[in-house]
Each structure stands twice: as C-alpha cells, then as structure tokens.
Ligand binder design. Structure first.
Ligand SMILES: Nc1ncnc2c1ncn2[C@@H]1O[C@H](COP(=O)(O)OP(=O)(O)OP(=O)(O)O)[C@@H](O)[C@H]1O
Length: 250
C-alpha cells in the first residue's frame, strides 16, 4: 500500500536559480524502510526536507493521498545531531511533543515509559540529557519522534556521528522498532552496508540526474555484514553492493 507518492517532484531553493531536484518520481510503501543513497550534494537531504514539509516544491508530493503542505506530526524527523533540550530530563525530552499536543499526563507517562523500555533507557529516565553519550542521545531523539506515533519517520544520516560498534547496535534497534511500531521509515545514509542491513528497498541517486534513478529490492535486510561467515552469501552481498555503486557512479 502506498504511503508517499512523488510525481514530477521539482525543487529549487529560493534565492537560487539551480534546480536541485528535477522531475523525481517515486513512492514509499506503508510499513517499509526506504533507504536513499547517493553521492554528496546530489539532493538527498533536499528530498527529505520536502517530505518533512520544510521547503516549497513543484509537482506533486502526497502522503495518504493528501498534499504535503508543511510540517506536521505525521512525519517525524531525526537528524544526525538531533537538537534535544540538554537540560531536560530524558523522559521530558521524549514526552515533549505529546505535551505540546496536550495529551493527558497519564497518557504521556505510559507512552514515554514504553518507549524508554523500547530504546533501553528506562534507567536513565530522570537523567539530564546532556549527561548521555552520543548513541544514547540519538536513541532519545528517535524515541521523541516515535512518541508522536508518526506513520513516517524521516532520518537524515541518523547514525553518521556514531562509532561503528554503536552504529551497528542502532541499526538493530531501528529494525526492532520498525517491527514493533509498524511505522514506515525514510532513511538517508552514506554507508552502503547500513543501507543493505536496514532497507526493504534501496533508492539510488547519482551526481547529475537530480532524481532517484533506480529503486531496488533488497534481499539482504537484517543481515549484519560484519557477522556473515558464509562465503557464498558474502559474495552475493558484495556483488549487490558493487551493483549499487555502479548505479551511483553512472
Ligand atoms: N538552503 C539551501 N539553499 C540553496 N541551496 C541549497 C540549500 N541546501 C542545499 N542546497 C544545495 O542543494 C544541493 C543538494 O544538497 P543536499 O544537502 O540536498 O545534498 P545531499 O545529497 O543531502 O548531500 P550530503 O550527502 O553531502 O548531505 C547542493 O548543491 C546544495 O548546495
């Protein structure tokens, strides 16, 4: 089932004559992880900003058949350095959006406690956010977005600032969250192994077409490439990765 539909999506930033995205056409299904890869500067974040409703577009961009005209709770955004309130307790950062939407304190407490359990930070509920590690902060940022039950999470290099070990753990967490919350995820990454581990489908941009040029099904989701011992499987994944690189460099 289709969640997002982009038809002839074209984007120019105000005060610039350059067309950054030119006639892009793609769709994102309900309950899928749609990962976008491509070279630096090709327009990945611009597409994410359009999906979030942060920037004006030409063409059509719809969610559940309704035009995206601005930011709203239905699309939650997680950036590489998500801006949490450092002096807030962890639980207050997670419940912030719900409070703003005037949910009852009971509902907020219930949802926040469930989410802290989900991200493994129940013990840090009352800790001030600035005291957390980078990986923990990113987990709080994800929980804060999940609190709103947005049908679509938009993630721009969410683990880009984390070390490899923490990153691998976060990828597992995302897959776990995705199973439990039945949400859809649009994720940008520079790391092809991350794309292969997380994505149901991988969308590819190159440096000159200004649009998504191909979307491929990923048969290797949920496989942690660092743990693969089967030589044949490793070869298959390697050839899949090389194919993606070939398309990026086209
Ligand atoms: N606010 C802005 N105003 C004008 N031009 C912009 C703005 N933001 C981005 N651009 C331009 O749009 C193009 C695409 O940028 P974008 O950030 O979407 O690329 P990206 O693929 O996400 O890059 P990266 O992988 O390095 O994050 C670039 O040429 C960039 O300079």
């Amino acid at each position: 089932m289709e969640l997002i539909k982009a038809k002839n999506l074209t984007i120019k930033y105000p005060q610039s004559n350059d067309t950054v995205i030119n006639n892009a056409n793609f769709m994102i299904n309900k309950n899928e992880i749609f990962v976008l890869v491509g070279p630096s500067g090709c327009g990945k974040s611009t597409i994410l900003k359009a999906l979030a409703g942060f920037i004006p577009i030409d063409g059509t961009l719809e969610m559940n058949g309704h035009r995206i005209v601005g930011p709203d709770w239905q699309r939650g955004v997680v950036f590489q350095d998500s801006s949490l309130y450092p002096w807030f307790k962890v639980k207050d950062n997670v419940g912030f959006g719900l409070k703003a939407r005037k949910f009852s304190q009971d509902e907020i407490d219930r949802r926040v406690s469930y989410l802290l359990d989900l991200i493994g930070l129940s013990d840090q509920s009352n800790t001030k956010t600035f005291e957390l590690s980078g990986g923990m902060k990113q987990r709080v940022a994800i929980a804060r977005v999940l609190a709103n039950k947005s049908p679509l999470l938009l993630m721009d290099e969410p683990f880009g600032a984390l070390d490899t070990f923490t990153r691998t753990k976060m990828q597992r967490l995302i897959l776990d969250i995705w199973h439990k919350e039945e949400t859809s995820i649009f994720m940008i990454t520079h790391d092809l192994n991350e794309a292969i581990r997380c994505g149901n489908r991988i969308a590819i941009m190159n440096s000159h077409d200004k649009r998504i040029i191909q979307v491929i099904n990923n048969p290797f989701q949920n496989i942690n490439l660092e743990e693969v011992e089967d030589f044949n499987l490793e070869r298959k994944i390697d050839s899949f990765r090389k194919n993606i690189l070939k398309i990026i460099n086209q």
